[in-house]
Write a protein that binds this ligand. Structure first.
Ligand code: SF4
Length: 704
């Protein structure tokens, strides 16, 4: 006999609903949830193979482990021993060096309850803001973009707006591979409405471009120039919404002067496309009744990521396409719960419910709620993701607790990050996999429960909150992440962590949002299980499905309720190319792998898509270097090198090369990880790294 449970996919930010069936041997199978408003029964290749990752426990961490000094091997210990040692070390470091000597590095794959509890622990009780997550590597530029433009980190649209749009501008994203089920909706919308115009801007001709009416194959780093040039055409052709601009925005006059400064001909030359391309894009947008902008890492992962975001959101604002059916800026989150992490304030510069760390009133509100003395929460932001590893290198940060992420593959300039981890006084790794590279440097290893082994919630790219059921027990002594953190907090002697189940944590988090712009105080697990997914805000007495669309009254969350149109230069501040390193390296995802492959890497079917890493290179660049398709090559930057096979592709521009972000988790990981090559530049405001632009050279690999 089998038993069905509903849950949510743990991979990308689309957030598809899944029905899980379990047999008498506790093996599970999965199917798309037909009642889920996000995917309506569909699943992509990753989602439909999720059961393999649960049924195969051969790579799982099963017991807590510890080493007493850096030269000893890890040994199995009890939970009490592991957590008491960790608490003793943390207390000693905090006493001697202050609370900022420790840090937590978490993940956009953590459940909201887990995020909430870690954030409460470090900000409210340890007294440091040193919590950041790998979401810093993917979404922080969008967070800042929304805050600066709309006054709040709020994705204003609903997925249903896809069917209502008649122009969709996909900028720096490949949703056909990276957000497949969302893209199925775009494909269906296009099939139904051939007048729906799709514009894609990307230096690579990706699968997404197959559906595009217009592919703008721009040079890397020229997005702002492109957006400004489109704005120039819209203004010149009288296709802006003057009344919306006048009544609901600030800053248009300076912006207008700025974007009219560069001619369309100059912009086309900078972007590497034709003037006609730019004018066509503007014409599609100008004639649209519903206009959606959709973007992800191509804009976010940039040294000018904030400005790229602002320049795209500006296109929605000057055309008045926001708060209306089929219209609005829509950032696609990479991870399944990047948005949930932002809601609980799980980044080094945030407080719960999008409160401001720098506001004393906001800090006091949280302190009162957490029943801690006023003044406990520091006003100074903590260390961001890359800063944590820098400060391990400098010695200022002594201890780091890494949960649910694999920074030795995913951080930029990763050899420097690895050097930091080597120098760390104390490293805790909390994970499901016994293969993650960080284990090499762990003083304490804590085995965590995986997807389907724990209960909680996540928020997807469209503000839809959905529930995840516990379907099977975690193997051996593995525990849910929230329980691990609560047990540790109690070992530290802190009150406020006595939860008997995740639902109680969720209710506490929900109560703390009351009265804020993201109020979900009307929500609980029962409602989520029944509705499958609801969009925040969801205050008491909210409509059953929550709030589909924000800003329908055109009142934004700024002081004067007007949206801000920002002006800035279109300069790209990325690493400079040189005669020694004349190629631009851009990195990203492939269709069937997820992050550093700790789950997808063990699924045979998924490995069949692309079984090993590679460097995508235009044949013109390859032949100029005597490189044939499939040759073993060395790719080198100022930081390091990798050895991979060359993959010819005329879909990538001359002068640009691409490598997937996923590979590691194997012997000789240092040979394959692309982040040996990437640089450590970050956007000055969002602190998001510049993964999409590093100067490299490529040569045939010759054995020494
Ligand atoms: Fe999972 Fe994303 Fe695929 Fe949906 S589209 S099944 S959320 S990986």
């Amino acid at each position: 006999m089998s038993k069905s449970n509903t849950t949510t996919c743990c991979y990308c930010g689309v957030g598809c609903g899944i029905v899980v069936n379990k047999d008498a041997q506790n093996n599970i199978t999965v199917a798309g949830d037909e009642n889920h408003p996000v995917n309506r029964g569909l699943l992509c290749s990753k989602g439909m193979n999720l059961h393999y990752t649960v049924n195969d426990k051969s790579d799982r961490l099963l017991y807590p482990q510890m080493r007493y000094n850096k030269n000893m091997p890890l040994q199995r210990v009890s939970w009490d021993t592991a957590l008491e040692r960790t608490a003793a070390v943390f207390k000693a470091l905090i006493d001697k060096h202050g609370p900022d000597s420790v840090a937590f590095y978490a993940s956009g794959q953590c459940l909201t309850e887990e995020y909430y509890i870690v954030n409460k622990l470090i900000k409210g009780f340890i007294g440091s803001n040193n919590i950041d997550t790998n979401s810093r590597l993917c979404m922080s530029s969008a967070v800042v973009g929304y805050k600066m433009s709309l006054g709040e980190d709020s994705v204003p649209i609903s997925y249903d707006d896809i069917e209502l749009a008649d122009c969709i501008f996909v900028a720096g994203a490949n949703p056909a591979w990276c957000h497949p089920i969302l893209w199925r909706r775009v494909e269906a919308a296009k099939a139904k409405n051939p007048d729906l115009k799709i514009i894609v801007s990307d230096p690579r001709r990706t699968q997404t471009c197959a559906l595009a009416d217009l592919h703008l194959q721009i040079n890397p780093g020229t997005d702002i120039t492109l957006h400004h040039a489109i704005a120039n055409c819209l203004i010149t052709d009288g296709q802006t919404d003057s009344s919306f601009i006048h009544q609901h925005t600030n800053g248009f006059e300076i912006y207008q002067e700025n974007v009219l400064n560069t001619s369309i001909a100059e912009a086309a030359a900078i972007c590497g496309i034709t003037e006609n391309d730019i004018r066509t894009a503007a014409s599609f947008i100008g004639h649209a009744k519903g206009f959606l902008t959709m973007w992800t890492m191509g804009l976010n992962q940039s040294v000018v990521g904030t400005n790229k975001n602002l320049s795209l959101i500006n296109l929605n604002l000057i055309t008045g396409h926001i708060g209306k059916p089929g219209s609005g800026p829509f950032s696609l989150t990479g991870q399944p719960n990047a948005m949930g992490g932002r809601e609980v304030g799980g980044l080094s510069n945030l407080l719960p419910a999008h409160r401001n760390l720098t506001s004393e009133a906001d800090r006091n509100e949280v302190e009162t709620f957490w029943k801690i003395p006023l003044g406990t929460i520091d006003a100074k932001p903590g260390l961001t993701a890359t800063e944590m590893f820098d400060e391990l290198n400098s010695g200022k940060l002594k201890a780091i607790w890494i949960l649910c992420t694999n920074p030795l593959i995913s951080l930029p300039d990763v050899r420097t990050a690895e050097a930091g981890l080597k120098k760390a006084r104390f490293v805790v790794v909390q994970d499901i996999s016994n293969k993650v590279e960080t284990l090499k440097y762990a003083d304490v290893v804590l085995p965590a429960a995986a997807w389907a082994e724990k209960e909680g919630t996540m928020t997807n790219a469209g503000r839809y909150i959905s529930h995840l059921s516990k379907v099977v027990d975690a193997p051996e002594e593995a525990l849910p992440d929230a329980e691990i953190i609560c047990r540790f907090a109690k070992k530290m002697g802190y009150p406020g962590f006595d939860f008997s189940n995740p639902s109680e944590i969720y209710l506490e988090h929900a109560a703390l949002t009351a009265g804020t712009n993201i109020d979900i105080s009307g929500l609980n697990y029962e409602i989520l299980k029944e509705k499958r997914a609801v969009q925040w805000p969801y205050p008491q007495n909210a409509p059953p499905a929550g709030t589909a669309r924000l800003f329908t009254d055109f009142k934004f969350h700024t002081a004067d309720k007007k949206a801000n149109i920002h002006s800035f230069s279109d300069e790209n501040l990325s690493e400079r190319l040189s005669p020694e390193r004349p190629l631009i390296l851009t990195t990203g995802r492939i269709r069937d792998q997820w992050h550093t492959r700790s789950k997808t890497g063990k699924v045979t079917k998924l490995n069949q898509h692309l079984s090993e890493t590679f460097l995508e290179i235009n044949p013109a660049d390859a032949t100029a270097r005597n490189i044939n398709d499939g040759d073993l090559i060395e790719v080198a930057s100022a930081r390091g090198e990798v050895r991979v096979k060359a993959k010819y592709s005329s879909d990538i521009k001359v002068g640009v090369v691409f490598m997937p972000m996923h590979w590691g988790l194997i012997n000789n990981y240092d040979l394959h990880r692309v982040n040996n090559l990437t640089n450590n530049l970050v956007d000055p405001v969002s602190k998001e790294p510049d993964f999409k632009y590093s100067a490299v050279e490529v040569s045939l690999y010759e054995k020494p």
